[in-house]
Design a protein around this ligand. Structure first.
Ligand code: MN
Length: 737
C-alpha cells in the first residue's frame, strides 16, 4: 500500500484495523482475527487508488462500516468480514466466486446480497412496498445483509459531505423513510435516532441548526428542573441501597421537530416537557421486574402518579425486545413529568436492541446466541406486528405491507399488491379486459373501477365493447403493469390519429396540386402552433385543426413571416424549448420566469423565503415544493434523482399566493379591521377572504398575494395586534381547510 498512501494515512489505516479487531469481542480467536486481516487486505487491494470525494482513501469506508457492525450492532466474524468486503464486488473486478473461494460460500452470499441491494436501490425508480418486501424476504437470505446495509448507510450519512451534492437529498430521503424505520423495527434505537437526525440535518439545515441552538440555550434551565425534581427521589433510592443514575431523557432533534410538526406546537412546549430516566444496578436476590415496581412505588410516596399513563413493558416486552416501566408523575410545580425506570440491562437493550441480549446470557455459546438473535430478527421481518408498525403511516413506505389474494368467479387465485383496485385486477388478468372494464362485482355487489380490493374478495370484472381507456384511470391504478398498458393504449391511439392526419393533409395538398415537403410542413407547424410534424398530423387527424385557412398560410404572405419572426425572436408560443437543468447546482429561482419556467406545487404552495426543492417531472417541467411538504418528502425518497435543490433569488415582481388562517372572538367590525390592515400593507394584495363564525368564535381564511415570506410575517404580526384576534397562522396547504 506504500505507493498510494501517505505515511500518515498508512498509520491511520493500521490503527483503524487494530481498533476494529479490538472492537469485536466475538472475533477473539486467532483464526477469526486472521480472517479479518485477510478480508481487510483484499478490500484494500480492490479499492486501491480510489478516494472518496473528501480525498480520503476509500478503504476507510469499509473499515468504518465493519466497526459499526462489530461495535454498534454486535455481529461476529462473518459479519465483520462481509462488511469489509461489502463494496468489493460492486465496485471492482472481484466476483462473488472469488470471495467464495477465498473465504466461504456463506460470506460470499452475504456480499452478494449486499451487491444486489445496491443495484436494486440505484436502478429502481419507485420503491414500491411490494418490491421492498420481496427484497427483504427473498433477495436477502441472511439477515446480516440488512444489518450491514444499515451500517453502510449510517457511515454514508455520517460522511454525507463526501457524497456528490446531487445525491445527498436522495440519500437523506431514503434514509428517513426506509432505513430509520427499519432500524426502529430491529430495536436499534441509537442507530435509528442518529439516522433521523442526520437526515434532518441535510434536508432542513435551517431547522436542524435552529433546534440544536435552542437545545443548547435551554439545557441549563432543563438541568435545574431535572435536579429539582429528582433530588428527593435520589435520597430515597440511596437510602434503600440502590446504585443508579438519573438523567434527562435525551430528545433527538428529529423527534422534537416531528412533534412540533405533528402537534403544531412551538419548540418550548415540546422541549420543556420534563422526562427523566432512572437506570439502576439491580440488587442481588430480587428480580429486576420487582425492583422496577419497588422504585415506582417509592416515587409514588413523593409525587402523585397519573395512573392512566402507566406503561408496563416489563411484564410484556415490546416485540423488538424493549423493556422498561413508563410512568407519569406530577411535580411540585404542578407539571407532569414522564419517568422511565430501567435496569442497566434493559437500558442497554433499549439502545442496542437484540445486539445487547447475548451479553447478559452467561455460560452460553456466544455464536449460537447470535444465531438466535438473527433468527429472531428474521421472524420480526416476516411477521408484521401491530405494535411496531404504528410508526409507519400511509406516506412512508410500508415495508411490510402484505400482498392480498383475491379470487376470480371460477375460484382462481390472483396475488395483487395491497391497495390494488378492481381495474388493476382487470389488467392483471388481460390487457383487453382492462381496456374494456367498466366496473366490477365484488362479492356479488356492484363496485366502481376504482374500488380497492381486500384479501379474500371474489371479483368479477364487467366489460363493455364501447369502453375505451381514460386518462383518469392513472389516478387509481397502482400496479406498474396497468400503468404501462394504459400508456401503451394512448400511444397506439395517437399513432392512429397521426396516420389519419397525414392522409388528410396529403389529400388536401393533392387537390391544390401540391405535395408534402419540409417547407410546407414548417409553415403549417408555425401557423398552427405544433411542436413537430407528428403533432401537426395528430391535431389534423383528431379534427383539432381543420385546413380551412391553410391556403392562406401556404401562399406565404408577409404578414405570416412577421408572425413567425416575432414568435422566434421572443420565444413566445414556442413550447418544447425548455432550458437544460444542471442538477449539480442549486436551481436559482429568479423573477425572470423565462429563464426557468417552474410551477408552484398545488399541495404545499411554497413562496419565496420557504425552503424549497424542485422536482423534474416526466416532461421536464420543474415543480416547486416546500421541503416540509409530505408529497415532496415522498418524492425525495422515491425519485431522488429528479430532485434539484432550489434557492430563491430576490423576488420583487412576481407574486405568490399564500393562505393565512385567523381565529378570534367574533365582534362587530372585526372583518373590516382585518381587511383594513391588509389593504394598508403595501407589500401584499388580498385575493379573497372567507369568514365563518359560530358560538362567538370566528375563523377566517384569507388568500393573499405576496412576494416573500418576510412580507407575510410582517403582515401576521400586524394582524396579531388587532384586539380579539387569537391566532394568525400561515396555512401550509391550500386544499386542507
Ligand atoms: Mn458502502
Amino acid at each position: 500500500m506504500e505507493e498510494f498512501y501517505t505515511k500518515e494515512e498508512q498509520e491511520e489505516i493500521q490503527l483503524q484495523l487494530n481498533e476494529l479487531i479490538g472492537a469485536c469481542p466475538k472475533c477473539l480467536t486467532d483464526a477469526n482475527q486472521k480472517l479479518i486481516v485477510k478480508a481487510f487486505k483484499l478490500a484494500d487491494r480492490a479499492h486501491k487508488g480510489i478516494r472518496r470525494k473528501s480525498g480520503e482513501p476509500y478503504i476507510f469506508h469499509p473499515l468504518a462500516v465493519a466497526r459499526i457492525v462489530a461495535e454498534e450492532i454486535g455481529l461476529g466474524t462473518k459479519g465483520v468480514v462481509a462488511a469489509l468486503l461489502h463494496d468489493v464486488v460492486e465496485d471492482t473486478d472481484y466476483t462473488v466466486e472469488d470471495i467464495s473461494t477465498m473465504f466461504s460460500p456463506k460470506i460470499a452470499s452475504i456480499v452478494d446480497g449486499l451487491t444486489k441491494l445496491e443495484v436494486f436501490f440505484d436502478n429502481t425508480e419507485s420503491k414500491q412496498a411490494e418490491n421492498f418486501r420481496k427484497l427483504l424476504l427473498s433477495m436477502v437470505e441472511d439477515v446480516r445483509v440488512i444489518l450491514i446495509k444499515l451500517a453502510d448507510r449510517l457511515h454514508n450519512m455520517r460522511t454525507l459531505d463526501s457524497m456528490p451534492e446531487n445525491k445527498r437529498l436522495k440519500i437523506a430521503g431514503e434514509t428517513l423513510y426506509i432505513y430509520a424505520p427499519l432500524a426502529h423495527r430491529l430495536g436499534l434505537y441509537a442507530i435509528k435516532t442518529e439516522l433521523e437526525d442526520l437526515s434532518l440535518k441535510y434536508e432542513h439545515p435551517n431547522v436542524y441548526d435552529d433546534i440544536s441552538k435552542k437545545i443548547v440555550e435551554s439545557s441549563l434551565r432543563q438541568l435545574n428542573s431535572i435536579n429539582e425534581f429528582s433530588a428527593p427521589i435520589k435520597e430515597k433510592l440511596t437510602e434503600a441501597g440502590y446504585k443508579f443514575e438519573i438523567k434527562g431523557r435525551p430528545k433527538s432533534i428529529y423527534s422534537i421537530w416531528s412533534k412540533m410538526q405533528k402537534k403544531d406546537l412551538p419548540f418550548e412546549e415540546i422541549y420543556d416537557v420534563l422526562a427523566i430516566r432512572i437506570v439502576f444496578t439491580p440488587l442481588p436476590g430480587m428480580s429486576e421486574k420487582t425492583q422496577c415496581w419497588t422504585i415506582y412505588s417509592m416515587i409514588t410516596d413523593i409525587y402523585k402518579p397519573k395512573p392512566d399513563r402507566l406503561r408496563d413493558w416489563i411484564s410484556v416486552p415490546k416485540a423488538n425486545g424493549y423493556e422498561a416501566l413508563h410512568a407519569t408523575f406530577m411535580s411540585s410545580h404542578g407539571n407532569w413529568v414522564e419517568v422511565q425506570i430501567r435496569s442497566e440491562r434493559m437500558d442497554e437493550i433499549a439502545e442496542k436492541g437484540f445486539a445487547a441480549h447475548w451479553k447478559y446470557k452467561e455460560n452460553s455459546d456466544k455464536e449460537s446466541e447470535l444465531d438466535n438473535w438473527l433468527k429472531r430478527i428474521r421472524e420480526l421481518l416476516e411477521n408484521p406486528d401491530d405494535d411496531s408498525l404504528e410508526f409507519l403511516d400511509d406516506f412512508k413506505l410500508n415495508l411490510f405491507a402484505s400482498e392480498i389474494v383475491v379470487f376470480t368467479p371460477k375460484g382462481d387465485k390472483i396475488t395483487m399488491p395491497n391497495g390494488a383496485t378492481a381495474l388493476d385486477m382487470a389488467f392483471e388478468i388481460h390487457s383487453d379486459l382492462g381496456y374494456r372494464c367498466i366496473g366490477a362485482k365484488v362479492n356479488y355487489k356492484l363496485v366502481p373501477l376504482s374500488y380497492k380490493l381486500k384479501s379474500g374478495d371474489q371479483v368479477e370484472i364487467l366489460t363493455s365493447k364501447k369502453q375505451t381507456p381514460k386518462w383518469e384511470w392513472f389516478d387509481f391504478v397502482t400496479t406498474a403493469k396497468a400503468k404501462a398498458r394504459i400508456k401503451q393504449a394512448f400511444r397506439k391511439e395517437r399513432k392512429k390519429f397521426i396516420g389519419k392526419g397525414e392522409k388528410i393533409l396529403e389529400k388536401y395538398l393533392t387537390e391544390k396540386k401540391l405535395a408534402i415537403n419540409s417547407k410546407i410542413l414548417r409553415k403549417l407547424q408555425t401557423h398552427y402552433n405544433a411542436k413537430n410534424k407528428d403533432e401537426l398530423y395528430f391535431k389534423i387527424g383528431k379534427g383539432i385543426i381543420d385546413l380551412k385557412d391553410a391556403s392562406k398560410v401556404l401562399s406565404d404572405k408577409p404578414y405570416n413571416k412577421w408572425v413567425r419572426y416575432w414568435k422566434l425572436s421572443f420565444g413566445f408560443g414556442k413550447e418544447g424549448n425548455k432550458p437544460k437543468v444542471d442538477k449539480k447546482k442549486p436551481l436559482l429561482l429568479t423573477d425572470d420566469k423565462e429563464q426557468h419556467n417552474f410551477t408552484i406545487a398545488n399541495c404545499c404552495h411554497p413562496i419565496p423565503g420557504d425552503d424549497v426543492i424542485a422536482y423534474q417531472d416526466d416532461d421536464d417541467n420543474l415543480i416547486l415544493h416546500s421541503r416540509n411538504c409530505k408529497v415532496a418528502i415522498k418524492l425525495m425518497s422515491s425519485h431522488g434523482d429528479r430532485i434539484i435543490p432550489a434557492q430563491w433569488e430576490s423576488q420583487k415582481i412576481l407574486s405568490y399566493i399564500a393562505v393565512i388562517k385567523i381565529t378570534g372572538i367574533d365582534s362587530l367590525g372585526i372583518v373590516s379591521k382585518l381587511t383594513k390592515v391588509i389593504s394598508d400593507d403595501q407589500n401584499v394584495n388580498m385575493r379573497s377572504i372567507h369568514v365563518e363564525s359560530h358560538d362567538g368564535i370566528f375563523e377566517g381564511l384569507i388568500h393573499i398575494y405576496i412576494h416573500h415570506t418576510k412580507d407575510l410575517n410582517n403582515l401576521i404580526l400586524k394582524l396579531m395586534k388587532i384586539k380579539g384576534i387569537h391566532t394568525v397562522i400561515r396555512q401550509e396547504r391550500q386544499n386542507s381547510k
